[in-house]
Design a protein around this ligand. Structure first.
Ligand SMILES: NC(=O)c1ccc[n+]([C@@H]2O[C@H](COP(=O)([O-])OP(=O)(O)OC[C@H]3O[C@@H](n4cnc5c(N)ncnc54)[C@H](OP(=O)(O)O)[C@@H]3O)[C@@H](O)[C@H]2O)c1
Length: 286
């Protein structure tokens, strides 16, 4: 059995990772309760003591607006914590797979970003994740998986948020001029495991297949949930937020497709599956 520590295991992607642990892997879920990764003691207890061969580092403070308002907390949870995890992996000789984001790019490109495209974050969240990437990249045996626009069970996400609003009878305003690749956590998680258990090294972009605006995503979610109302398109500048989010941050996935043999399923499939799950669970009251 290969022992693998999964940080952020209580989060949205972490739960999906723990839900599809491959055969031959003993996965150790590290949530905040097991250890605060901003503290050396927390990392020692939660990450070093199990003596893993591999660490999948999915923990981060993902509240992009919150990071902008509290940069010190963002730095601590996203960069410092990652550095401590990296030091531990170095000491153990463990492989590290770290999750990162399209927010390392400025979004000014009109075409999908490949792994080598120049980075230029426009938010505190993006800056702290980029600094984390640099720590991960300095390790001998590491992978940086950049992904984007995650949705899935067990976490705050856009699809759940717009459906909740619609069923609550509220008008749903949605940004129509930002483009990315929405990614279902249940589609991403097996890809992360494949990378983790392989010899792949370096940066790789992995996201749902196909491009979308937030408006496209809301429309497909409404259709899948049989919400017979239309989301109201608005411009990004009319969305109240302290952050300038990337306008076009779709991730080019040629490297992933070349290595894995195929793209992840399309974001539309993911949304249908996720909404179906939500309806079965009765997670929302109309
Ligand atoms: N969500 C997206 O759209 C998106 C897009 C691109 C990349 N990513 C990256 O993908 C990864 C997973 O994202 P996600 O959406 O699953 O995030 P999430 O749902 O917010 O989960 C992150 C988890 O990390 C934990 N955590 C944060 N700081 C910690 C600390 N100091 N010590 C211990 N645990 C800590 C959080 O615990 P608490 O809840 O207790 O704080 C939370 O359970 C992150 O690295 C994120 O940057 C996410």
């Amino acid at each position: 059995m290969t022992r693998v520590v999964v940080t952020g295991a209580g989060g949205m992607l972490g739960q999906a990772l723990m839900g599809c642990v491959p055969e031959g892997v003993q996965a150790i879920a590290v949530t905040r309760a097991e250890g605060d990764l901003t503290s050396p003691d927390g990392v020692r207890h939660a990450v070093a003591e199990p003596r893993p061969k591999v660490v999948i580092h999915a923990a981060a403070w993902t509240d992009v607006d919150g990071c902008e308002r509290d940069p010190a907390r963002a730095w601590s949870n996203n960069t410092l914590a990652t550095r401590l995890v990296c030091e531990t992996c170095q000491a153990l000789g463990a492989r590290l797979v770290g999750l990162s984001t399209d927010y390392v790019f400025d979004g000014l490109s009109g075409t999908p970003y490949c792994e080598g495209a120049p980075v230029n974050p426009t938010s505190v969240y993006g800056e702290t994740k980029l600094a984390a990437e640099r720590a991960i990249a300095a390790l001998e045996d590491s992978v940086i998986v950049r992904t984007q626009w995650l949705y899935g069970p067990g976490g705050r996400n856009f699809v759940a948020a717009v459906l909740r609003q619609a069923w609550g009878g509220q008008p749903v305003s949605v940004v129509a001029d930002q483009t990315g690749c929405p990614t279902y956590t249940r589609h991403l998680a097996p890809a992360v495991w494949r990378l983790a258990m392989s010899a792949f090294r370096g940066v790789v972009h992995v996201a749902g297949q196909g491009l979308a605006t937030w408006l496209d995503l809301a429309r497909v979610a409404f259709e899948a949930a049989r919400v017979h109302r239309a989301p109201i398109p608005i411009a990004a500048e009319d969305w109240p937020s302290p952050v300038r989010r990337p306008r076009f941050s779709a991730l080019a996935q040629d490297r992933w497709i070349g290595w894995a043999g195929s793209a992840l399923p399309s974001w539309r499939e993911g949304v249908k599956q996720y909404v179906h799950e939500l309806l079965l669970e009765g997670g929302f009251q109309r």
